[in-house]
Design a protein around this ligand. Structure first.
Ligand SMILES: Cc1cc2nc3c(=O)[nH]c(=O)nc-3n(C[C@H](O)[C@H](O)[C@H](O)COP(=O)(O)OP(=O)(O)OC[C@H]3O[C@@H](n4cnc5c(N)ncnc54)[C@H](O)[C@@H]3O)c2cc1C
Length: 419
């Protein structure tokens, strides 16, 4: 049979696209390589813990319409996080006041005329204090999971221009599962065939005609929505997950070359009891393995999350996978000034997922490299009303977020329906 649309990837973007397309009467084949939907959002619900564990996406950044529309429609519980930040120095935690204002003050100094790497920008501003430099690096390598020596300073500056006030951050009470359950429940069963555990290997296409060959079958459709992550776009053709386009897509290859893949290691530590203060939420340090921590605040759950992006992630990834949890505990002991022995005695479990080694993500999320402004939009552009593109890497405004992925899936569906 020939479908109206084949959608590749059942993460936020693919599910949002498939839901809107099937709602508009299209016959859709939604192909997902993993045996689950959700992509880079993956929630664990443990019987011993009342709060969920998020191995991937956890926060809602700001109040994006796309995510909150689902929150409202599905009646999900969300709660706002206290926006307090702390610096760990010499075994002491000091409050870091006006975190976002201070950061904004630094980012506003980026020269808008010529793009350089963020690290180059920092080096060229000699009047920044050591503390300001550390804070800026911590932000770019943490929040963007970027390598400061690769990320476009202009891309970071653009973001500072958009932010008028401290961004609000939210968490979902039952985790991102609720969002994905709602998306999946909205796929019209009469019109959507969801194939799990099937990776697309090749897409042969001409105007109005697409043939997708998967690891199990061949599927024909009039159009395709492609939502693979930036890491998969960049993977060599012979690697698991990679897709070969026939004919090739040189304009997409050019856009992909200007986008970088963020690296991240996130480890969620579950303890028998809390040993940190209730008002401590985000903790920043210069530790080479774990520069950022957060608690479950305002929930009083005994959960502490280690977050390493960019170079810190690389340092952890260079360790054997079974010693990463240990390195994190050493870093925690130093940052919170708690003996390692005590941490070992209190630890119940540590949870994580290696997003770099996972063939269907191959990294965290995208960011613009030097000269890469415009590359997200170039990747988003449809080709001959037949190939449509979605996913966080096609969102210039909400790159690297679930909201950006949802918006991109809806945008691709709208464009396809307008043809
Ligand atoms: C550790 C971590 C923490 C994060 N934290 C946050 C956060 O707090 N807040 C936030 O908003 N965002 C966060 N993000 C980013 C967020 O998870 C992503 O931006 C978003 O989930 C991307 O959705 P997507 O649909 O674009 O891609 P994905 O979710 O990656 O979906 C793409 C799908 O395509 C599938 N696929 C890949 N190759 C093939 C193939 N060949 N054939 C078939 N299927 C294929 C994949 O399996 C995947 O399911 C985080 C990401 C990570 C890794």
């Amino acid at each position: 049979m020939r479908y109206d649309v084949v959608v590749i990837g059942a993460g936020a973007a693919g599910l949002a696209a498939a839901r809107d397309l099937s709602g508009a009467g299209k016959r859709v084949c939604l192909i997902e390589a993993r045996s689950r939907v959700g992509g880079r959002a993956h929630t664990l619900h443990l019987p011993t813990l009342p709060v969920p564990i998020e191995l991937g996406a956890e926060f809602i950044h700001g109040e994006p319409d796309e995510t909150f529309a689902i929150v409202d429609a599905a009646g999900l519980l969300v709660y706002r996080l206290p926006d307090d930040h702390w610096w760990a120095r010499d075994g002491e935690l000091q409050p870091l006041r006006n975190f976002w204002d201070q950061l904004d003050g630094i980012l506003k100094r980026i020269n808008k005329r010529r793009d350089v790497s963020f690290a180059h920008f920092l080096r060229s501003r000699r009047n920044l204090t050591e503390r300001q430099r550390e804070m800026a690096i911590n932000f770019v390598e943490g929040y963007h999971a970027a390598h400061a020596d690769r990320m476009s300073a202009l891309a970071v500056a653009g973001e500072a221009d958009e932010e008028q006030e401290a961004p609000k951050q939210f968490r979902l009470g039952r985790g991102y599962t609720g969002v994905f359950d709602w998306l999946r429940a909205g796929l019209d069963p009469e019109r959507v065939d969801l194939r799990l555990g099937e990776a697309v290997r090749t897409i042969r296409w001409k105007e109005g005609d697409v043939t997708a060959t998967t690891t199990k079958e061949t599927i024909r459709a009039k159009a395709a929505v492609i939502t693979i992550p930036i890491g998969v776009w960049k993977a060599p053709r012979d690697q698991e997950g990679a897709i070969a386009f026939e004919p090739a897509l040189p304009e997409k290859e050019a856009a992909v070359a200007k986008l970088e893949i963020g690296h991240v290691v996130k480890i969620v530590y579950h303890f028998r009891e809390r040993f940190w203060r209730d008002d401590q939420n985000f903790i920043h340090t210069t530790n080479r393995f774990v520069p950022t921590w957060w608690t479950a605040a305002p929930a009083r759950a005994p959960i502490l999350t280690a977050w390493a992006g960019g170079h810190a992630a690389d340092s952890l990834l260079a360790e054997r996978s079974d010693t990463r949890v240990d390195r994190g505990l050493d870093a925690m002991s130093e940052t919170f000034d708690v003996p390692r022995k005590k941490l070992d005695a209190l630890l119940v479990a540590a949870h994580g997922h290696d997003w770099q080694a996972d063939p269907y993500s191959r990294g965290a999320y995208s960011y613009a490299g030097v000269g890469g402004i415009g590359a997200h939009d170039a990747l988003a552009k449809p080709i001959r009303n037949t190939l449509f593109f979605a996913g966080e890497a096609t969102s210039s405004e909400q790159t690297g977020t679930v909201a950006g992925a949802l918006a991109s899936g809806k945008r691709a569906a709208r464009a396809l329906l307008r043809r």
